[in-house]
Ligand binder design. Structure first.
Ligand SMILES: Nc1ncnc2c1ncn2[C@@H]1O[C@H](COP(=O)(O)OP(=O)(O)OP(=O)(O)O)[C@@H](O)[C@H]1O
Ligand SMILES: O=C(CO)[C@H](O)[C@H](O)COP(=O)(O)O
Length: 405
């Protein structure tokens, strides 16, 4: 028997199933359907599809939280590249879709669960960061369905028009990444995550990145960028920032300590904060696990110009949790020499010697490739691949163990 929750744009009737009454969310019909069969069921009518079966491997769900303009898209490009294959929007679908699909991963943007469109938010005087502008019930139901191997009709928030567009069909992938403002806000959604990451960009750096993108690329004025950051700040502090306490890994981006009173935000100090005791995740370490190490690798094997590079590794506490912290301050001069640093790191979950350096060189044009943001995003991508492979292995070995017993 398989139990499937289905979202359709039409009301659903099925002769081979028993279903509960329809409930509507944003014009969707939701129905729980119980199929009296263990075989795969597919129903194609109008714009809906049901696809579910009992006993199949479940989707692994990863949450990535950050404020807007904090590098989520860049991180996602690095992550999907680790799995190989290009990530693209659903074929033949809405050109303004926020979804990216590759062979292994599907990345959905949680902006699609805005319950209020741009005009609605303006009328009600709320920002997109405010939980009242988001539909957490639908987010939970759909992420749960995908995790259970069931396709959903997910809404689309159109960033071009500021409107909610007709939904798109999302099939359950091997790895589902939910990225956006609130992946760890609702405890029900949080509980569905197999691994969670928070990109913690300090105000100074966020401002520098916003100026770089919104002023240089989008023609916004300095005043309007400042005003937009200030307007979002209270809701950011209330609803987004607190999620970092739940993250299994946090990538913290701070101004450098290598240049006294630096306010340019170009040289960065980046910290990878890794929770201890997370299933299928063993923190990365430098030289000697559990020790405290400060390392300046500049010398014969690593070229450094001013202000140089400094690494730190050690244990710490973060929101009452035991963590390991790996820190890198300063930029790389030559990316090919990263192999020297890579060879001193352990537990990086590479499949061959030099894989981190290879990934970094492959995406040398991505923002952050010459510093700890790119390095730690790449390593986190490799750790996620490892976590996924361990989960799959544990599922395939479980029935074998049961037969042995
Ligand atoms: N590691 C980095 N180093 C320097 N600049 C960066 C880095 N990551 C992102 N940026 C800057 O921030 C901008 C936004 O990055 P990105 O599009 O990845 O963020 P995002 O969180 O997906 O944004 P949004 O939610 O607004 O779409 C980039 O155009 C770039 O200017
Ligand atoms: O915080 C955001 C997440 O990306 C956006 O501001 C939010 O989704 C609203 O989008 P828009 O500004 O395009 O109406």
């Amino acid at each position: 028997m398989a139990i499937c929750t289905v979202y359709t744009t039409h009301s659903l009737k099925s002769t081979s199933s028993v279903s509960t009454p329809t409930k509507t969310h944003l014009g969707f019909h939701q129905r729980q359907v119980i199929f009296y069969s263990t075989s795969k069921k597919t129903d194609r009518r109008g714009s809906s599809e049901i696809s579910c079966s009992a006993g199949e491997a479940k989707t692994v769900v990863i949450g990535l939280a950050a404020d807007s303009g904090c590098g989520k898209s860049t991180f996602m490009r690095r992550l999907t590249s680790v799995f190989g294959g290009a990530a693209e929007p659903p074929k033949g679908g809405n050109p303004d879709s926020n979804t990216l699909i590759s062979d292994t991963t599907t990345v959905i943007c949680l902006d699609d669960y805005h319950s209020l469109d741009r005009t609605g938010r303006k009328k009600n005087g709320v920002t997109a960061l405010d939980p009242r502008a988001n539909n957490f019930d639908l987010m939970y139901e759909q992420v749960k369905s995908l995790k259970d191997g069931i396709a959903v009709e997910k809404p689309i928030y159109n960033h071009v028009s500021g409107l909610l567009d007709p939904p798109e069909l999302i099939q359950p992938p091997k790895i589902l990444v939910i990225e956006g403002l609130h992946p760890m806000f609702d405890p029900r959604v949080r509980d569905l995550l197999d691994f969670s990451i928070y990109l913690d960009i300090s105000d100074e750096v966020k401002f520098a990145w916003k100026i770089q993108r919104d002023m240089a690329e989008r023609g916004h004025s300095l005043e309007s960028i400042k005003a937009s950051i200030e307007a979002r700040k209270p809701d950011f502090d209330a609803y987004i920032d607190p999620q970092k306490q739940y993250a299994d890994a946090v990538i913290e981006v701070l101004p450098t300590q290598l240049i006294p009173d630096d306010n340019e935000g170009k040289v960065l100090r980046v910290r990878l904060i890794m929770k201890e005791g997370v299933k299928y995740f063993s923190p990365v370490y430098l030289f000697d696990e559990g020790s405290t190490i400060s390392w300046i690798p500049c010398g014969r094997k690593l070229t450094c110009s001013y202000p140089g590079i400094k690494f730190f590794y050690g244990p710490d506490a973060y929101f009452g949790n035991e963590v390991s912290v790996l820190e890198m301050d300063g930029p790389f001069d030559r990316l090919d020499e990263l192999i020297y640093v890579e060879s001193h790191l352990s537990n990086i979950s590479t499949k061959f010697y030099g894989e981190v350096t290879q990934q970094m060189l492959k995406h040398a044009d991505f923002p952050g490739s010459n510093n700890g943001t790119g390095l730690f995003q790449t390593i986190t991508g490799l750790k996620i691949r490892d976590l996924y492979e361990q989960i799959v292995a544990s599922k395939t070995s479980a029935p074998l163990e049961a037969t042995k017993a």
